[in-house]
Design a protein around this ligand. Structure first.
Ligand SMILES: Nc1ncnc2c1ncn2[C@@H]1O[C@H](COP(=O)(O)OP(=O)(O)OP(=O)(O)O)[C@@H](O)[C@H]1O
Ligand SMILES: [Mg+2]
Length: 253
């Protein structure tokens, strides 16, 4: 093997991997997600995003990791019922404090601070944010044009009559920044309309994340698929993998 090629292979071999817990997925991404990276999991409703995230945390529990599940959906009990039904029972881990399911009310003023504080102060090694979509869609209004230009995500046509500049995706930067600062491996979900060819709803998270996994549904063929679109420091196939949801959650078939 040429020297440069073998050196880069050695470097890739040294990257620590975090198992996803999804049967067959770790095999196609060199053993797991690169440690301390952010992976976006996007797909339409019912495509298995939440289940995949729960499997990832369940695997963490098995490995003794401290886990956090941040959700904007109040129905945590319903979620836990669904996962228990799939054989992923979090009850004793919750009681032991090994995992925390935290509901975030997006209408509360300090929701971003609460989220970032929890991520940064909890010593979590695995974090899930399900989902980032409502956060990315809520604009922040600022009246400092320099700052707005600096962030470079302002749409001048959106200038409000009160002279403030709505920045739609500032929250996204804020949350991704918190995840990057904490030493944790994380999954962030994004909801896509059925049939969409985009990688996220906001059009930005796929660039901010280190990895992108797209879940898809084909109702006509009664099939589900999972595709690894990008994964930093990882040689992987771009081919869509057939998946199945059943006992234990998602598996590649
Ligand atoms: N016990 C089960 N056995 C088989 N399939 C199941 C089971 N439980 C759930 N499913 C399938 O998983 C789907 C839900 O998956 P999940 O909640 O992960 O989707 P999602 O992508 O997070 O959707 P949303 O965007 O609405 O949150 C259900 O619609 C169903 O098709
Ligand atoms: Mg979901």
């Amino acid at each position: 093997m040429p020297l440069i090629q073998s050196e880069s292979k050695n470097m890739l071999d040294k990257i620590k991997r975090v198992k996803t817990g999804v049967s067959g997925l770790d095999d196609i991404i060199s053993g797991g997600l690169p440690k301390d990276t952010i992976t976006l999991v996007s797909g339409p409703p019912g495509s298995g995003k939440t289940i995949l995230c729960c499997q990832f945390l369940y695997q963490g529990i098995k490995e003794g990791d401290k886990c956090l599940f941040l959700t904007l959906d109040k129905k945590i009990e319903g979620l836990l019922n669904q996962t228990t039904h799939l054989g992923l029972d979090f009850q004793s881990a919750i009681e032991k404090g090994q995992i925390k399911f935290l509901y975030l009310n997006i209408n509360k003023k300090l929701v971003y601070e609460t989220m970032a504080n929890e991520i940064l102060s909890g010593n979590y090694t695995r974090v899930v944010l399900d989902s980032i979509t409502p956060l990315s869609e809520m604009p922040v209004h600022i009246n400092n044009l320099d700052l707005a230009n600096n962030i470079n995500i302002i749409d001048p046509e959106e200038l409000s009559t009160d002279g403030t500049y709505p920045i739609r995706r500032l929250h996204l930067h804020y949350i991704i920044n918190a995840l990057q600062t904490a030493t944790c491996t994380s999954l962030v979900t994004s909801e896509l309309p059925s049939g969409s060819n985009n990688l996220s709803r906001d059009g930005l998270s796929e660039f901010l994340a280190d990895g992108v996994i797209v879940m898809s549904l084909d109702p006509t063929m009664d099939r589900r698929k999972l595709t690894v679109i990008k994964m930093r420091s990882t040689k992987h196939t771009l081919k869509a993998q057939d998946i199945e949801i059943g006992g234990g959650g998602i598996k590649i078939i």
